[in-house]
Design a protein around this ligand. Sequence first.
Ligand code: CA
Length: 358
Amino acid sequence: MKRRNVVKALLAAGLLQTFNKTTKSYAQSTIRLKLCTTWSPKMPILQDSADLFADLVKAATNNKVQIKVYAGGELIPAFGVFDSVSQGSVDLGIGSPYYWGGKSVSFPLFATVPFGLNAQQFNSWLLNGGGNELWQEAYKPFNLVPFSIGNTGTQMGGWYKKPINSVQDLKGLKIRIPGIGGEIMSKVGANVVLLPGSEVYTALERGTIDAAEWTGPFHDERLGLHRAAKNYYYPGWQEPCSNIELIANSKTWSSLDPNIQAIIKLAADSVARWCLLRCEAENGPALKRLKTEHAVQVKLFPDDVIKVLKEASISYLTELRNKDPFAAKVIASVETFKASITEWANISEQAIARLDDI
Ligand code: CA
């Protein structure tokens, strides 16, 4: 669905009418904001989310707030988003918290924790388990206010030029994998590189890297990764979900009228839901196309490989806890929340999923 149609649909559904009613008393002066994403210009759903967000805010403020959206590389390099928004040369940014692990080792925890929570559970942690408060605390020293603006849902384990039959096959493997997943891959002997989405295909196709994980079937297909490697592994142990962030420069944020702040928050919430549900709808058909039209081999990681990755994950998180008190606080918060929901998850959604095997 084109984003214009989405805005139309939301307007038709009356979602924006409430917003519009609140905007009548605003002064006439236009507020122009710049938003830079880390995505490539044509990345569906992800870049569309940024455009949809700008459209919603514009419509809901009666054109008062006009957000100009730039994809990665259009105004600044993809990985320049955090610094540019932090310094205020750009007002808003969209990307993943795990791109900024170089700023603080705790940041990737706000994107996903390997072998951890799924999208619904992660969102619940943000909202109910203290996640949002910790995230705001983490970004505050960088003059940033973070919000969730999407989630990809569970990802795939990535594209490998050669099959992975044992842990030995990971040794020395050059792989693009960000976040804690990358730290874990390093621990088991892989050679990890961090690349923005826009550069993944070329690196894999040219053989600069031997493997790459990006997102799920739909986004991976769009990037053309099936043309560069044929072994497509699951599950995405490294990203049981992947939280996408909207970051606002704190000075810009505090200069906005509370009504506009409320509209921005509501628009981000609405787009976050849209993003996750679009991914859910697109991944199944894309997986089928990859298998039937592109001869992709969809493979389950061997149990002993998963076991070693899991052990490395536990050991990485333990080291992180010992190294960084704030990261320790975040990990404890995630674990407490996970412990509080696990018993219920086992007899609710997981039990329903198991019904397919009966
Ligand atoms: Ca990924």
